[in-house]
Write a protein that binds this ligand. Structure first.
Ligand code: UT7
Length: 322
């Protein structure tokens, strides 16, 4: 085991979303809602939905393959797979094992990480620690979720919010001054009942996502700035040194509240919520992969990530892009 304790960064990224688009107008055919309500309350216009026959691991593998290509390395260099997800194809084997098999990756460690919408940031910190302690050298970290499988499609309070997708990153040691500079992870388990998958209260006994939207909203507005400030402190940085802010894409009003509290200029905020809705653990890495692909995110840029979700969990990270 060669412990490095040096910095760990992202050397490649990629994304995959289903081709099937569900617009707000589509949803207004099946539940009592409208494009006007959904867009003005959330910022979402459309989202993607898996077709029958494809599953979370298919999206995760597709995003993973793109991230490995984008990193310019061989698949044989990946020694560990971490899949942040709460919508596994099945309870076992885990999704990371399926990704390893689908991509023909080496037979190293593979495990899922369940921290809901904070999962990618949790995975970034976990993966970074594995590399720093010498347990791993090159990690494929995927955030993948297909909440469409677990929604009550008659509940207008939840079914309009979520979409399916996957985003992936390849983690490896990077030169001093780059990579993960600060982070903050946390959870308030007493908030668990506010957002969960359960059959409670349902005559059909089918477990579905149930949420106290207002309560989660208030939690998110409070926790995002706090978590960001903690990560910035650890990095020894101030908000004006941040080039790009990538918040979890759940609701534009929650993002605007954080942006205002933190004092981040609007042009530094990366968004794709209008096109994909809330893709849970995939939301942050999908934005990252898009910003890399379109050239906005460049070497040396300081990026601030923040996620929150079921748990209630949260996670923030400051990364200097390599
Ligand atoms: O990754 C974390 C996941 N969770 C979140 O990010 C959720 C955080 N919460 C939210 O984003 C917001 O609370 C929601 C978007 C879920 C709801 O927005 P809101 O402004 O908090 O609305 P509300 O729940 O207070 O509902 C206002 C009204 C209600 O009608 P009444 O009781 O005032 O007559 C709802 O029944 O809006 C109604 N409503 C809808 N109307 C049309 C709720 N959903 C819909 C809908 N279309 N889709």
């Amino acid at each position: 085991m060669a412990s490095t304790l040096g910095p760990v960064g992202i050397i490649g990224s990629g994304l995959a979303v289903p081709t099937r688009v569900i617009t707000n107008d589509d949803l207004s055919q099946t539940v009592d809602t409208s494009d006007e309500w959904i867009f003005s309350r959330t910022g979402i216009r459309e989202r993607r939905r898996l077709d029958a026959g494809t599953d979370t691991s298919d999206l995760a593998a597709a995003a993973g393959a793109r991230a490995i290509d984008n990193a310019g390395i061989g698949r044989d260099e990946i020694d560990t797979v971490i899949c942040a997800t709460i919508t596994q194809d099945m309870s076992f084997p885990n999704t990371a094992c399926m990704v390893q098999a689908k991509l023909g990756l080496p037979k190293g460690a593979a495990f899922d990480l369940g921290a809901a919408c904070s999962g990618f940031v949790y995975g970034m910190v976990t993966g970074s620690s594995l590399i720093q302690t010498g347990r791993a050298k090159t990690i494929l970290l995927v955030g993948a979720d297909a909440l469409s499988k677990h929604l009550d499609w008659t509940d207008r309070g939840t079914c309009v919010l979520f979409g399916d997708g996957a985003g992936a990153a390849v983690l490896r040691a990077v030169p001093e001054g780059f990579g993960l500079l600060g982070a903050n992870l946390g959870c308030d388990g007493t908030g668990g009942p506010l957002l969960l998958r359960t059959a409670n209260g349902r005559e059909d006994g089918v477990p579905v996502l149930q949420m106290s939207g207002r309560e989660v909203y208030k939690f998110a507005v409070r926790i995002q700035p706090e978590a960001c400030e903690a990560a910035l402190n650890e990095a020894g940085m101030t908000i004006d040194q941040i080039d790009w802010f990538i918040p979890h894409q759940a609701n534009i009003r929650i993002i605007e509240a954080a942006v205002q509290r933190l004092g981040i200029p609007e042009e530094k905020v990366l968004l794709n919520l209008d096109r994909y809705g809330n893709t849970s653990a995939a939301s942050i890495p999908i934005v990252l992969a898009e910003a890399v692909a379109d050239g906005r995110l460049k070497r040396g840029d300081n990026v601030l990530l923040v996620g929150f979700g079921a748990g209630l969990t949260w996670g923030s990270a400051v990364i200097r892009w390599y």
